[in-house]
Ligand binder design. Structure first.
Ligand SMILES: Nc1ncnc2c1ncn2[C@@H]1O[C@H](COP(=O)(O)OP(=O)(O)OP(=O)(O)O)[C@@H](O)[C@H]1O
Ligand SMILES: [Mg+2]
Length: 387
């Protein structure tokens, strides 16, 4: 390929002679007699090299050099300078000229310098391309790494969640066996205790103090029995009847027993329920336990007042119910324990409430998640599938 050269010089003689010499050496030469006219030509022809005269009327050679350099970084510039202006030459080299040639010059010298600069240019351009390619590859590797890290993080979180769920399910199953066996063993003797206490009570005709003790025994036995029933319900499904039901109606129903407590505690209710939501097949009492437990927990947290928000929305797959309180929130370190049976932070709690919630949500192939800002409140989200 013939390399393209452009000569910029105001002396017609130089233009003619040099172009003749260089053409005969195999270069593809263009000429122009002033710098301002050269830019368009450079843009179009993209010469490898410009031979630029330093001393020209109109435009200063140094300015032209800078202009060409900034606009056409791949075009190299050799400057012509007059003899005795070595200081200028140093300045030109500093400004980025590839080389300089003192006028008058010999043809042999000129060709030699041009070939040298072209050689260096070829190497430098190749280097520049390699560096660019390397930077591009580094960027790409960096992007891949980030993508990979993201994916590993997502997968790990997903696995962690699945693992937690398996652990919890296993826990509930073994608790189910244990509590079923235990309840069976304990409820019979409890029943006897209660019966005998009642017999004793009738025998204590007239002794009111003793009678009240017998009543206490009966009440305490009932309390133990209630705990056993609750324990059973965390792991075992009670008899159920599936019907077509509206979730908003179930929520309304579950709210009723809490209205008085809310009034006393000064809790404001914000409801956004929709009767337009499609119905689902479920046992209303069973589903209601989800909401009763969530409301009970939320109100426990808002003894000094607050807001309980209940909203629902749906798409073509799920119904989403949100229960939001403005209570004390759940500390981060408790978040993965709250669904565990027996986990409670309350003096009188059994820690079964959310286990029951989780079991029922799972029964209906739904999902539940919790978000909480300590000091700000807690949001439970429950998705129930439509089919
Ligand atoms: N809305 C909430 N705000 C703050 N903490 C909550 C909330 N809901 C649950 N928790 C925390 O999760 C724990 C477990 O709740 P869960 O309903 O399972 O049991 P409990 O309420 O302690 O006892 P139980 O429901 O059996 O009476 C609670 O003790 C409490 O620490
Ligand atoms: Mg509870």
């Amino acid at each position: 390929m013939r390399e393209k050269l452009l000569i910029i010089d105001d002396e017609q003689m130089i233009l003619e002679l040099t172009s003749m010499v260089l053409s005969s050496k195999g270069f593809d030469v263009s000429v122009v007699d002033n710098a301002p006219d050269s830019y368009e030509l450079i843009e179009r022809e993209q010469p490898a090299l410009v031979l630029l005269d330093y001393m020209m009327p109109k435009v200063n050679g140094l300015d032209a050099l800078k202009e060409i350099q900034s606009r056409f970084p791949e075009t190299y510039v050799i400057m012509f300078t007059g003899k005795g202006s070595e200081e200028v030459a140093v300045e030109l080299m500093k400004a980025g000229a590839a080389d300089y040639i003192l006028k008058p010059f010999s043809n042999a010298k000129l060709v030699e310098r041009i070939e040298n600069v072209l050689h260096i240019r070829a190497i430098e351009l190749r280097n520049r391309k390699l560096v660019e390619e390397q930077e591009r590859l580094c960027d790409e590797i960096e992007r891949w790494n980030q993508e990979l890290e993201e994916r590993v993080k997502d997968k790990t979180a997903e696995l962690e969640r699945a693992h937690q769920e398996i652990l919890l399910t296993e826990k509930l199953v073994s608790l189910g066996h244990l509590s079923a066996g235990m309840a069976h063993e304990i409820r019979n003797p409890l029943n006897s205790i209660s019966l005998f206490a009642q017999v004793i009570r009738t025998g204590l005709d007239g002794d009111q103090e003793m009678q009240s003790y017998a009543d206490k025994i009966v009440n305490e036995v009932e309390r133990i029995d209630a705990i056993l029933v609750k324990l059973l319900s965390t792991s075992k499904r009670s008899p159920f009847k599936l019907r077509t039901i509206h979730v908003d109606a179930v929520i309304e129903e579950s709210l009723q027993p809490f209205l008085e407590q809310m009034r006393v505690q000064g809790v404001v209710l914000q409801k956004k329920l929709s009767s337009q939501t499609p119905s689902i097949l479920a046992d209303a009492d069973e589903l209601g336990q989800i909401f009763s437990n969530l409301f009970s927990n939320a109100l426990f947290e808002m003894k000094q007042g607050g807001t309980l928000s209940i909203s629902m929305e749906h798409n073509d797959k799920d119904i989403l119910v949100r229960v939001i309180d403005t209570g004390g929130g759940i500390p981060e370190e408790h978040l993965n324990k709250i669904f565990d049976p027996f986990f409670t932070t309350k003096d009188s709690g059994t820690g079964f409430g959310l286990s029951v919630v989780l079991r029922i949500v799972k029964t209906y192939a739904g999902r539940i998640n919790v978000k909480s800002e300590p000091g700000q409140g807690t949001t439970f989200q429950i998705w129930l599938p439509l089919v």
